[in-house]
Design a protein around this ligand. Structure first.
Ligand code: UDX
Length: 445
């Protein structure tokens, strides 16, 4: 059977990684974006952002001619049988979802379909509020193309679960595929695509209606964020009495196979392009229908509060930090990425500044350039760990990069003015560090 040609609308993490993986398995793929700079880079085989193994894979699929980047959605639609929509759905000022990219690209897909005779399947991969695939994407396409959904074109919503930092692995080895379908034909076309792509692998595949699939994504991220929020709450309780340790507590809890050990690490807070945005968006959606989700609202409160709490711990340990140098180790929202969207470091820097602590120096193995765009001159940027520790009177470890894990109490003693260290990710051996330097960590006193 001949492979369908695919267009991927949107070249962020999800779009570009999906496009590259499809192209690597021999599919002809056109990926589109609004940014000409990105098109130029990708057509030269250069990854526009850091993602493990992407550079190499992209180079090979572009040189083989399987992936083309373009600015033209109409061209992409006319030269493919299936379009996967993965444009950004960022958070607006009021914390609701920005659907403008979905709106624009679906109108442009409609322009393409207007000139097309054959059946075409449109699949939303972006995280969008329930109802949007049918009422915005489907209806926009109908309006512009004059065609009917279900008859002339198919419509599906397939939530994406990949994590930054392991996006390629997650795309090649998903633990399930969820297909929300307008009708049987739409679902069949999409199921066939993935059955072929994952042939030989045994991946559970669920089919349901579009709105439930849209909600799967929100419920999924909300549950994971709730697990992390819960772990942070338990960590606070563990800090109320000596000798309780959240790490051990969560190890004990995680072995219950109804719970699982994953996403129970209490730390400096959750960030990234999904958790804060998605929890906020679904709360907002519910509020507009007169329901206030209590658990989810508390999860956001716990997360917001964690930044203040980290700085409280730092000042309990080191005394007032005004006028003294504070070092932040790790600025990205998690290791192995240079992404700083909603990173805990942003909330921690705001908290430090609000307390009049201006002498802040940050070090991150990959996110320095992103951090400069976020913080500008509000903090200083070190080129190495040593430089970051020099003259410092307090370290706050925010992101658990591997290169921080090998640091010893001796390293902090050697380079810092006073070795006060707050371990916001529980990467250091509490007993060992506690004995040798002034040390505090989340979830243990
Ligand atoms: C997440 C989801 O995992 C993924 O399925 C979805 O498609 C997109 O959102 P991602 O944002 O890449 O992926 O990062 P993830 O690894 O889930 O971590 C999110 C945040 O939670 C990070 O800031 C991380 O540090 C924090 N976290 C995670 C914890 O604080 N503790 C944990 O135990 C796990």
């Amino acid at each position: 059977m001949e492979k369908p040609r695919i267009s991927v609308i949107g070249m962020g993490f999800v779009g570009l990684v999906t496009a590259t993986c499809l192209a690597n398995k021999g599919y002809k793929v056109i990926a589109t974006t609004l940014e000409s700079e990105l098109v130029e880079k990708v057509n030269k085989g250069i990854a526009p952002f850091y993602e493990k193994d992407l550079d190499e894979l992209l180079k090979s699929v572009v040189s083989e001619g399987n992936l083309e980047a373009s600015l033209d959605n109409k061209h992409a639609v006319l030269n493919s049988e299936i379009s996967l929509v993965s444009v950004g759905t960022p958070m607006l000022e009021d914390r609701s979802i920005d659907l403008s990219y979905i709106n624009i690209c679906s109108l442009e897909i409609g322009e393409g379909l207007k000139e097309k005779q054959e059946y075409h399947l449109i699949v939303d991969r972006s995280t969008i509020i329930p109802g949007t695939t049918r009422n915005m994407i489907g209806k926009n396409i109908e309006k512009v193309s004059g065609k009917k959904m279900g008859k002339d074109f198919g419509l599906c919503m397939q939530p994406e679960f990949l994590r930054e930092g392991s996006a390629i692995f997650d795309t090649l080895h998903p633990n399930r595929i969820v297909i929300g379908e307008l009708d049987k034909k739409s679902g069949d076309v999409l199921e066939n695509l993935w059955k072929e792509f994952y042939s030989g692998e045994d991946i559970p595949l669920l089919r349901m209606n579009i709105e439930s699939a849209e909600m799967v994504k929100y419920a999924n991220n909300c549950f994971l964020a709730t697990k992390v929020g819960f772990a942070m709450d338990i960590a606070r309780i563990c800090e109320l009495m000596p000798d309780m340790d959240v790490k051990d507590v969560m190890r004990g809890v995680g072995l219950d196979d109804r719970i699982s050990p994953k996403f129970l690490n209490a730390g400096a807070g959750f960030g990234g392009s999904c958790f804060p945005k998605d929890v906020n968006a679904i709360i907002n959606f519910a509020r507009t229908r007169n329901f206030k989700p209590k658990i989810l609202t508390s999860v956001l409160d716990v997360n917001d509060f964690q930044a203040k709490h980290m700085v409280d711990i730092a000042e309990e340990l080191a005394g007032k930090l005004e006028g003294r140098r504070v070092t932040l180790l790790g600025l990205s929202f998690k290791p192995n990425t240079d992404d700083m969207r909603e990173a805990p470091s942003i909330r921690i820097v705001s908290e430090l500044l609000s307390r009049g602590i201006f002498d802040i120096i940050g070090y991150d193995p990959k996110a320095k350039e992103t951090a400069k765009k976020v913080f500008r001159k509000r903090i200083k940027y070190a080129k190495s760990i040593e430089e970051a520790l020099k003259d410092s009177e307090c370290v706050i470890l925010i992101t658990e990069w591997d290169e921080f894990k090998t640091l010893t109490p001796g390293d902090f003693k050697k380079h810092m003015k006073i070795p006060n260290v707050v371990d916001g990710r529980r990467i250091y051996d509490y007993e060992k560090f506690h004995k040798e330097i002034n040390f505090r960590s989340i979830g243990r006193i």
